[in-house]
Every structure is written in C-alpha cells, then in structure tokens.
Write a protein that binds this ligand. Structure first.
Ligand code: M6R
Length: 612
C-alpha cells in the first residue's frame, strides 16, 4: 500500500526522504514522488520504482530542509507519472501526499469542476488538495483550519501530509483508517506510514489516532487536535524496533532471511510465556480476559490472507484442546454480512501488520455488538493492537518480505499458547497431557532449525516443477490450513496457479485436474488421519499425478508411493503446522527465484492492505 514519509528539520530533507521511501518499498507500490521546499516548491514524481525517481531528479534542485515523499499503490487511476503523488493544488502552492481512499471524491470533484477547477490526474488525492485550497481561499482561514474543514467533508480513509510553499516551517498531517506515525528528534520531526523510515533517527514516536491531525512546526512545536477541533496531548512512545532488523543481514532476500529467522521468532513468541517444567502458560496481555475466554460460548477469529490461515489452525487448536467452538471468518466478508454476535462471544483479530482495513472494520462491527475483542498482532502500537480490548503480540520482529512467513508461525505459536492456557483453566486436558504438550512446544524452535536444513531436497523439487502452470496442495485436519498457506505462498511469489484443499475433498471436484503434468503436494505426517491421506495419495498416483509429500522422519508408507518426499521431525499433531509450513515456504521461494520473480515485492501485492 502507499507509503508516506515527511521531514522537517535542520538537515537536507532529500536523502532522508529517499531512504525512507526505500525502507517502505516492502509495502508494495507502482510509482514514487517527492516535494521539497527551498524558496520554491519542487515536485518530482515518476511511475516505477524509487530508483527511477532518483535517476529522474539527477541534476535537479533537490535542496531544502522540509519535504514529503510518497510511494503509490494505484487505486484511482493507473500507475502513471500524472497520478503519482505528491499532488499540487490548482495554484501550485500546496502539495499533498495521501494513503487511503476518499469515497465521495466523485461528488467533491464535480462540485470543484462546477466552480471552475480543472484536474490533471484521475486521483481522489488531487480532489482533496484542491478542496483544501478552495476552503483556504474562500473562507480566508489558515491552512491547518482549511485541512480540518476539508477532512470533515470527506468520507473514506486517509493518512495525509501537506506542505505549503508559503509556510516552509510547517507540515500538517492527519489520519483516519490509514496509519501515520510521527518521530520526534532533536529539532526535527519525521512522519511515516510506519516506524521503519524513522527508527534510525529517533525512537520517540507518536502514533496519530483516527480523526486526529498534527500541526508540526520548527522549534519542537508539535500540536495534535481532532478534526472536531479538540486539543490532544501527544502520547510519546518508545520504539522497540532496531535498525538491524530492517536489513537483509547477508541473505539475498528478506523472505529468505525471515524464513531462517523462524527458530528465533517462534522462541521470542514463547519467551516469558511458557515454562514446561513448572507447567505454566501465561499470556500477560490477556490475563484480565482469561475468564471471559473460559466462559465464552464461542470464539470468532477474524483475519485476512495468511493470518486467516493461522486462524484456521487456531480453530483446530481451541476446539481440540479447550473444547470451545470456533468460527473463522474472512474479515472482509464478516464486516458486511450482518453476522450474529453475542455479548459473550470472544472475537480474536489476527494481523501481522495490525493495519489491515478489513480486519479493522470487522473489529468495529464486533465492538458495536458488544463482543470482547482480543488481538494477535506483530506490529507494536499498530491500529489493530490499539483497537482491541487486549491481546498478545507475536514478537516475530519486522516482516519486510511481502509474503508472510515468520509472522504465520509466530501467530500459530501464540494461538497454541492461548488454547493451552484456556484448556488449563477449563480443565479439558489432563495435567500430564498438558505438560507433555508444553515440553513438545518448547522443543519446536530446535525442530524448526532442523527442518530448515532441507534446502538441497527442496531445490531439486523446485528445479523439476518450476515451469508448471498449476499446483495442488492437500492436507487434512491441522494440515488443511497448511495446504492453503502453501498454495498461497506459491501463487503470491511465483505466479503459478495453486490451490489448497482438504485432501478428502479432492474427489469432489479437483481430481478432474489430475494428470501426469499436475504436481500435488501432500502434507502427510505420521499423525491423525495418516491412513486416510495414504488413500488420497493413491487416488492421485492412479491418475499419474506427481506426488510431493511432507512426511515424518522415518516414514515408509507415503515415501514408497511419493515421487519426492521432504522429511520433518516428529512432533505432536497440533504442532505439525509449525514444522510442515517451513519446507513449503522454501519451495515457493526457490520456484519463484528460478522463474526470475521479485520474491520480496511480488507484482500487484501490498504488505499492509490499508484500503478495502
Ligand atoms: O497484516 P495482515 O496479517 O493483516 O495481512 C493480511 C494479509 O494481507 C496477508 O497475510 C497477505 O495475505 C500476505 N501477503 C500473505 O503472504
């Protein structure tokens, strides 16, 4: 999604802004632009990557201690130079960058056209900057007041930063729905969509809340008010992130680095929460809500994409271990289908970024019906983390690769801890069984480390299948969500069509696709319905499909039938997703690489989806 960076201080803004745009590249974008004031207002923008913008500005005036910069992920209008941000007002005095969607932009645009304005782009953003200028001129108010009045007229989501040629000492920012964070340095301010462009300069930040605007002036002058004109005291927080987490650390891609970080990220997600010897599972963030979870008639999990897949694993966990009924909902469907929610339902929202617009809207809906809402987020201080009643962070560290990897296993880890804690409180597991699972959970980081060593095998399989057009992923029970996640990973980064199914569903339709060209990935550990999965494998072999199987070390039956096998260490059935996912992530990575795809920034995708 769009990325925003702003700077106001004593230094040259350009290098800070460009570096900031590079840091935000992981969010996904298709054009980039920058506006700087040094006497005049200079705006440069280009379709394509930030590097193309850098080449374009060579030899041009890029000086000035104040500026804004933007990466655009197209919503209204194609990715072109004209539609790129920043957008200027009609008089060319104001310049604005925006993340979000102004839903009533068409009405506002027509009104402005009737008043004699002509537009240069197809964006909703240009409408907003024209509207602000129109209000400023017609009502004779200061820029910040014009911004406030304009924001009361728009419907939709926005994070904006605006600067004026006539006031080179001021930046105005505002947000609703889309994220915005302000970094406070020594005589300087930074603004960004998330903390990644800020962390190398300062750890002191203020997250703007919805419908808040900030007026930032030189000499450490930061004022925050709501768009209804109520003053707010800035709440300054300290970032936990550090710079090394944002760099590749010797790996070729962020995705690969993040795959290899999983022993640590799983460990960090359990740190201080699990003590198998003493039989303790404790999640500090939800301690006050444990009794609500115990008493809940139902848990509803809302999420999107990979987080939704983690939610599906959560369904098996809570039902199996704690005997609590669970429904897992796509946040985008839940928010619009008038769901039945009772006051004693507990809703768990799962999100890596904590900024997904559909998940946020689903939370608001659940809240309006009186449900208790817990969050499982990775990004500390994110909108979803703040919108929930309580929650547990995943502590996976920043995930930069667009394809989610370590966030998924961290989410599954936290869900496992939650389900175990509720099971303990409800007494649905015997003490010895409970402790047995805890010991096994403690050993998972080590087993993930071992699983990561399957590279050679995975590369051989990737070489064999990197040119196929379709893939099928099949699993049962806890491994059905793993099949879905494996298929999503492959299609996201390699653009090969892949589908995940519960293995037994194959005969109800997908079996028609099987021929000698179709690779079928089975997640077939020696647990649960192993025998049944063997029958499903036979059905594929009978139709000459190619079988790639994820099996438990020492497996014979599946290994004899499969064309290729990848072994994972033995573990408890409910913990298999934490291991089986790893080779599937690596398979997608190597196939994508062999196909020459951009692994970290796949086409059309955004890391945090802050629009509907
Ligand atoms: O930040 P979130 O977890 O809320 O994001 C949800 C999805 O957009 C995300 O998981 C997406 O599916 C990833 N690209 C998956 O790799």
């Amino acid at each position: 999604m769009c990325g925003i960076v702003g700077y106001l201080g004593q230094k040259e803004a350009y290098p800070i802004l460009i570096k900031g745009l590079h840091r935000l590249e992981y969010r996904g974008y298709d054009s980039a632009g920058i506006a700087l004031i040094n006497g005049g207002l200079n705006v440069y923008k280009r379709k394509g990557k930030v590097a193309e913008l850098e080449a374009f500005v060579k030899g041009k005036d890029i000086s000035g201690p104040i500026g804004i910069a933007h990466t655009r992920w197209a919503t209204h209008g194609e990715p072109t130079d004209e539609n790129a941000h920043p957008h200027m007002s009609q008089s060319k005095e104001l310049s604005l960058i925006h993340n979000g969607i102004i839903e009533n932009y068409d009405v506002l645009r027509n009104e402005l056209i009737n008043r004699g304005y002509t537009f240069n782009s197809h964006t909703d953003t240009e409408v907003l900057v024209y509207l602000i200028e129109d209000i400023q001129k017609n009502e004779g108010v200061e820029l910040s007041e014009a911004v406030r009045i304009a924001l009361n007229q728009v419907i939709g989501a926005y994070a904006i930063v605006i600067l004026s040629k006539n006031d080179p000492d001021t930046l105005i920012a505002a947000k609703k729905g889309s994220p915005l964070v302000i970094g406070i340095g020594e005589d300087e301010f930074f603004i960004a969509s998330d903390a990644t462009p800020i962390v190398e300069y300062t750890k002191e930040v203020v997250y703007l809340n919805d419908e808040e605007m900030a007026v930032i002036r030189r000499n450490n002058d930061l004022r925050i008010k709501t768009i209804k004109n109520q003053d707010k005291t800035p709440y300054i927080q300290t970032l936990e992130m550090n710079l090394s987490q944002l760099e590749k650390g010797g790996f070729e891609h962020f995705m690969l680095k993040e795959i290899y970080e999983q022993p640590r990220s799983i460990m960090d997600s359990m740190r201080g929460r699990l003590n198998a010897k003493k039989g303790i599972v404790s999640l500090g963030g939800i301690i006050d809500y444990e009794q609500k979870m115990v008493a809940a008639n139902r848990i509803i999990i809302i999420a999107c994409g990979t987080s939704w897949h983690a939610g599906l694993v959560g369904e098996y966990l809570f039902e199996d271990l704690a005997r609590t009924p669970v429904e897992v909902e796509y946040a985008s469907e839940f928010r619009y289908r008038n769901p039945v929610i009772y006051e004693n339902d507990v809703v768990i929202a799962i999100s890596q970024s904590g900024e997904t617009a559909d998940t946020l809207a689903a939370i608001e809906l659940a809240r309006s019906k009186g449900a208790t809402i817990l969050g499982i987020c990775n990004v500390v201080g994110s909108s979803i983390a703040r919108a929930t009643d309580a929650g547990s962070y995943t502590h996976a560290g920043p995930e930069i690769g667009v394809a989610s990897t370590k966030a998924f296993t961290a989410q599954v880890t936290v869900l496992t801890l939650m389900a175990l804690r509720i099971a303990q409180l409800k007494g649905t597991l015997s003490k010895s069984r409970f402790q047995q699972i805890l010991f096994e959970l403690e050993s998972i980081p080590e087993k993930v480390e071992k699983t990561l060593k399957v590279s050679k095998r995975v590369i051989t399989i990737a070489e064999e299948f990197c040119q196929v057009r379709n893939f099928l992923y099949l699993g049962r029970g806890y491994n059905f969500p793993v099949a879905l996640e494996g298929a999503l990973k492959l299609k996201e980064i390699s653009y090969i069509h892949a589908e995940g199914y519960p293995a037994a569903e194959m005969k109800h339709g997908p079996i028609a696709l099987i021929d000698e060209e179709m690779p079928v990935v089975f997640i077939a550990p020696l647990k649960g319905v192993y025998e049944k999965v063997i029958s499903n494998i036979q059905e594929v072999k009978a139709r000459r499909g190619k079988v790639i199987a994820i099996v438990t070390e020492g497996d014979h039956a599946v290994s004899e039938m499969a064309d290729y096998t990848i072994e994972i260490p033995e573990t408890e059935e409910m913990l298999v997703p934490l291991l089986a996912t790893i080779p599937l992530q690596k398979l997608s990575y190597h196939i994508a690489l062999m196909r020459g795809c951009n692994v970290d920034q796949p086409r059309n995708l955004a890391k945090s989806v802050t629009v509907e």
